[in-house]
Design a protein around this ligand. Structure first.
Ligand SMILES: [Zn+2]
Ligand SMILES: [Zn+2]
Length: 60
């Protein structure tokens, strides 16, 4: 995945958050101006996570 640069500062954005399912970065921030991108929602991952918590709930 390509890392965007900040619209204001033109510097490369840093990794801020990772998807807890696929471990890909899904949010970036600019450490100069504090700008944060929208968190990308992976549809597949949110489905997987829902299934996982349902399975866990069933076991307990
Ligand atoms: Zn994901
Ligand atoms: Zn910036």
């Amino acid at each position: 995945m390509r890392i965007d640069s900040c619209r204001k500062c033109g510097i490369e954005l840093e990794k801020n958050k990772k998807c807890d399912v696929c471990r890909k970065v899904n949010q970036f921030f600019c450490h100069r101006c504090g700008f944060t991108t929208d968190e990308q929602i992976h549809t597949e991952c949110s489905i997987q996570r829902t299934n996982y918590s349902i399975q866990n709930a069933a076991v307990v």
